[in-house]
Every structure is written in C-alpha cells, then in structure tokens.
Design a protein around this ligand. Sequence first.
Ligand code: NAD
Length: 387
Amino acid sequence: MRVLVAGGDGFCGWPTALYLSAQGYEVLVADNFSRRGWDEELGTESLTRISTLRERVDRWRELAGRGIGVAVGDLTDERFVYEVLEGFRPEAFVHFAEQRSAPYSMIDRSHAVFTQVNNVVGTLNLLYAIGELVPECHLIKLGTMGEYGTPNIDIEEGYITVEYKGRTDTLPYPKQPGSYYHLSKVHDSHNIMFACRTWGLRATDLNQGVVYNVETEETTSDPALTNRYDYDGIFGTALNRFCAQAASGNPITVYGEGGQTRGFIDIRDTVRCIELAANNPPGPGEFRVFNQFTEQWSVLELAHLVEKVARTLDLEPKLAHLNNPRVEKEAHYYNAANTRLLDLGLKPHLLNEETVERLLLTAMENRDRIHPETFVPQVDWRRPHYR
Ligand SMILES: NC(=O)c1ccc[n+]([C@@H]2O[C@H](COP(=O)([O-])OP(=O)(O)OC[C@H]3O[C@@H](n4cnc5c(N)ncnc54)[C@H](O)[C@@H]3O)[C@@H](O)[C@H]2O)c1
C-alpha cells in the first residue's frame, strides 16, 4: 500500500514512517520542518539529538535496504498538496502535519490565528485534493481526545445516541475543547465529516490521547533514527516532561491539584494504531472515529510514578504544585470508550516502571541539552493577549 505520512519529521510521524516502511508499505513523508522552527522560536530543542530528515532517510535506506520518499512543503500551500498527491497517488494519507501544542496556540492572538489557519486550511486543501485526484484514498487524520473536554458523562467514540422529545438519533458527540489548538481539531473533524457526507470520501479520525515514551524498535536501531523528545512547558507532554524535570534536578511541576485525568498512549501503540486503521479502511462516505488511547491516568498519579522510579536511579525528585496556567477542571469525572482499535487487534503497551526508567535514563544521558527555564509555564489562558 502507498502511504503518505504528512508531518513525518515529527514526534509521532517519524516513528510511524519507519514502522510502516519496516512492514513493507511504500512510504512518502511530507513535512515543512515548521516544528524545528518552533523550537528555535521558543529557545528550546529536542532533548535527544535528532538528525535532519535527509540524514534519517539516507540511514534508513542503508539499514533497511528500502527507501522512504521525501516531499518538502507546506500543506497550507495548495499547489504543493495537489502536486504531491498527483505524483504519489496515495492509497492512505496519514495526516499528522499540524501545530499540536495547546499552550502554543494560547500564547496570543497571532499564535491562535496561526494554529487555526495552519491546521484548518491544511486539512481543507487536503480534502479538496483527495476528492479531485484520489477519491478512494483513505484519510487517516490525527485528532485528539482533548476535543471532547471533560463532560460529566461517559465519552463515546465520536458519536452519541440521543433521545429527545420522543425521537432518537445518533449524532456527533458534543465537543468542549480547552484551547484554540483543540478547537482547530474540532473544526477539522467537522470539515472532514462534511467531505465524507458530501463527496463520499472515506476517513478515520483518530482522537489520540497524550503520547508518552519516545522509542520504537526502529528509532533505536541507529542513532541517526532517534526520535525527538519534547520536554519543555509548551511542547513537552506530561510524562515526558516530568521525566526530564526529575532527571535534571528540577521540580516535577504539577498544575494545580493534578486531578486532571486524560487518556494516554505509548508511541509504540500509536504506530500500530495507524497500521490497523490503514489495513481496515472505512467504506466510501464513512467518517469513522476511534479513540486512540490505551489507559487513563491523572496528572498527579503520573507525577508519583515518575517520583518513585526516579528514586531507584538515585535521583532526588521533588513535586511542586503550580498555579494552573490553564482553565480546566482539576477534579472531574472521566470515563472514555476505547474499544474500536482493540477490536481491530491492538495489543497495548501499558505504562510501567520500565518505560519510565528508559525515559529517565535518556533524559539523564542528555542532561546538558536541557534548558530549565523552558519548564516554567509562560502562557496565560485567563487573559487574551493581542500581541
Ligand atoms: N504528541 C501527542 O501527545 C499528541 C496527542 C494527540 C494528538 N496528537 C496529534 O498527532 C499529530 C502529530 O503530533 P506530534 O506530536 O508528532 O507533533 P509534531 O509537532 O512533533 O509533528 C508535527 C509535524 O508536522 C509538521 N507540520 C506542521 N504543520 C505543517 C504544515 N502546514 N505543512 C507541512 N508540515 C507541517 C511539523 O514540521 C512536524 O514535523 C498532530 O496532529 C497532533 O495534534 C499528538
């Protein structure tokens, strides 16, 4: 199968491109390297030393004896999208290529506008190009569990059956996202659903939980294939950030009480979920939603787990409760369904002390690359900043 991985230079995209290539898929990566630029803008960098995309794919070709194609360009550039689809004619298009940090989108007006234009326009370009050039192509789009928010009822996989005034219908699950980034994903979901209903496209929206861990079998097979490890207050997701904090002697920063509960997934399961979705495409016109996470954790539980494992490595971790920079509930009901990928055969890697130890050891090896000032939350959800 020809699979195009947009955002294939990023944290989820690169391991996915490698994994799919290792399984024998013909893979083309498209990326504009904006993620590397945002690191420069924020004065940070991946905790692990990462090669350029060119170095990565060259080394993979030497090691695996098969190539991964590269197309450098921006999905918001309609000519680029059209040309790449016309040239490669993918059977599946995996779309990771968005600005994915909630805090980044909440910095100020220009970052909110950038996030929504980048994400929504990129996806719209794609829908038109798929519809015109390769209408059979299966769009596998990364959404987020954050689209749902934290409702006081169970979260279903995309749809909910509602009885109202004696009538019944199955409708899109109500969304209560917590940032302009999460809102961009909600807008994407609506646009994709509309394209499926109207033009008969086929799509899977993967509402992914927070991804932790950085290593897969392929990324650890050679230093040139190393995955990025984000640890800063803007792009670093909870568990990875906590490990970097503990490894560098900085406090593990829990926002507020830490009762915020979310769905989590190991990067090794992310890559497998993409394969499962690709191998089991929806029918024409179908807009399918899977909740892509394997277990639920509260932020405080994660912090305690990191603290415990860090002690076994002779670190002296300290927990700090910071005033929550975000507007979110710190104690709430959370019970989300996640059976559809399990039904397709996903065998989850559940979070354990071994994974946390690997993350801590990687962070300890790369301690000199940590910029502690970037741990501090600098984004204020509570007030709009025009610039
Ligand atoms: N990392 C997580 O915990 C997580 C959780 C839920 C959902 N997701 C979703 O998964 C996807 C991938 O996340 P990630 O952590 O790998 O992010 P990432 O920032 O590491 O990777 C995204 C990649 O897309 C590229 N990109 C962004 N905008 C682009 C554009 N307009 N044109 C071309 N390339 C562009 C970036 O350069 C980057 O390489 C995102 O859509 C994100 O919202 C991630």
